[in-house]
Design a protein around this ligand. Structure first.
Ligand code: F6P
Ligand code: MG
Length: 472
């Protein structure tokens, strides 16, 4: 079902695929080993501790295989149906080795293999090696979290109040707000944890504030938000049910901004329900699993407790966190009651589906996940967050960058019945929909990669594309 255009391979030495396999994945695995080791050492129950040690050893083995360019071995059967398709694909690829394999498949395999180590255990089934990291980066995005909570609180109150504007003014304002909320949501993705290996916490905070967002508007290379808005507006005018799906990406700050967008869509009546699609297993370090959603809500349920209790890092550096002000507590508590209200009313729904963690692209959706495909067709809009979703939409193929988005998403393009909106900060080589000459111009900028033909400008989350495809 995939595109005929060649996928990105880890053997392409000028690509981010190669750098990922060589530098990033070992760092990510080292982080996982450290985390598991730290937890295991503190376990008192012997059987559990011994099993934990074995998992740590298996993680180390995986890292060894990767760094020594060994072949990818079949995944052990943990009872889930995706294992068979991973192993079938492995066979079809001729049992490749780590440095000569399609990037997308290998990276998915990596996380699936880690997940299988835990799911096959007795005592560690629900353990998430990335959870610690996810919640601690949420804590460190405190300034941006507070800024947005204040803004959201004010906005929802305004929307509920008496409106003295003409219809035209109100429509115009709604459209502007929609664009702004989507842009917040877009840049919230610039800070995923799998890139943390090259960013400092300080860099991350800089990426999150409103100043940074305004300055980044010129870095959105394609912006189809207007077209997406028109679809939602039309459905609102017709007064019918209007569901929006968000295919989530990262937990912590990004999930927080996704909820800001979801809450805005519901408050403005641009959606009557929002479905949040999470992952069923820990994925690409920071992706949302259901437990992350619960962790975020429980942080907001007791914001003072969450922010004033010293974190592990605070303890290490002997820092005492600054307590929140009364106003800040109120803003965060408002978010909590607003969102849990929507959740309780069934307007904000969390789902997960194994399809999202399969090894292939979304070109396969209609054939391999027909039920999910039907569900998405019922949505007014399906918002795909982040880089990996974009890679999966476009088959992670080596498209000419002037290829149109609708062509690059193949079976999910026009006629598919699915209205696709991709909010993506660029963290990988694949990019489509650019004007002729634009890629060359970006490559020629400092650090753009032109010197050796690499598309370096697209690797660090500084540039973004917002692409829409009307499926019906
Ligand atoms: O490019 C780096 C990378 O880790 C990719 O492997 C992956 O596509 C992406 O970042 C994850 O980012 P996101 O969380 O935005 O999907
Ligand atoms: Mg992610």
């Amino acid at each position: 079902y995939d595109s005929k255009t060649r996928p990105a391979f880890t053997s392409d030495q000028t690509s981010f695929a190669y750098i990922s396999a060589r530098d990033r994945w070992p760092i990510i695995l080292t982080g996982a080993i450290d985390d598991a080791h730290r937890t295991v050492t503190n376990v008192i129950e012997e059987l559990k501790r011994e099993e934990g040690k074995k998992i740590v050893a298996e993680l180390a083995k995986l890292k060894y295989e990767l760094q020594h360019d060994r072949k990818l071995i079949p995944l052990p059967d943990d009872g889930q149906p995706d294992i068979a398709s991973y192993n079938r694909e492995l066979e079809q690829l001729g049992t490749p080795s780590w440095f000569n394999v399609p990037w997308l498949f290998a990276e998915c395999y990596l996380y699936r293999r880690v997940a299988a180590l835990f799911s096959l255990s007795q005592h560690w089934k629900s353990y998430d090696v990335f959870a610690r990291q996810k919640i601690s980066t949420f804590r460190s995005s405190r300034p941006a979290v507070l800024e947005l909570a204040d803004r959201y609180h004010e906005l929802v109150i305004q929307m509920g109040g008496k409106d003295t504007r003409t219809q035209e003014e109100a429509d115009e304002a709604e459209k502007i707000l929609f664009m702004e909320m989507c842009e917040i949501c877009l840049w919230g993705n610039a800070t995923d944890l799998s890139l943390l290996t090259s960013l400092t916490y300080e860099d991350i905070q800089k990426l999150q504030g409103s100043e940074a967002r305004k300055a980044s508007e010129k870095n959105i290379l394609i912006n189809d938000l207007g077209a997406a808005y028109d679809f939602l507006k039309k459905a609102k005018k017709e007064g019918r049910e209007r569901k929006v799906d968000i295919v989530l990406d990262n937990a912590g700050f990004e999930l927080y901004v996704d909820l800001i967008l979801a809450g805005f869509l519901l408050s403005a009546g641009l959606a009557t329900s929002v479905v949040l699609n999470a992952k069923a297993i820990p994925w690409f370090v920071s992706d949302v699993v259901p437990a992350d959603f619960a962790a975020l809500l429980s942080a907001l349920a007791d914001p003072q407790g969450f922010y004033s209790t010293p974190s592990d890092d605070d303890v290490l550096t002997a820092k005492t966190p600054q307590p929140l002000s009364q106003k800040e507590v109120e803003d965060l508590s408002f978010l909590f009651s607003n969102w849990s209200g929507f959740h309780a009313e069934g307007q904000l729904i969390l789902r997960n589906n194994r399809f999202w963690t399969e090894g292939g692209s979304y070109w396969r959706l209609p054939a391999t996940a027909p039920q999910l495909y039907e569900d998405l067709k019922e949505s007014e809009l399906v918002i795909f967050k982040g880089d990996l979703n974009y890679r999966k939409l476009t088959c992670d193929a080596t498209w000419d960058p002037t290829t149109s988005f609708v062509e690059a998403i193949g079976p999910l393009g026009p006629g598919s019945g699915v209205n696709v909106l991709a909010l993506r900060t660029c963290k990988a080589d694949v990019v489509v929909g650019l004007k002729p000459g634009e890629d060359e111009k970006l490559k020629a900028m400092e650090g753009g990669g032109g010197d050796n033909g690499a598309r370096k400008w697209a690797w660090n989350g500084k540039w973004a594309v917002v692409s829409f495809s009307a499926g019906r």
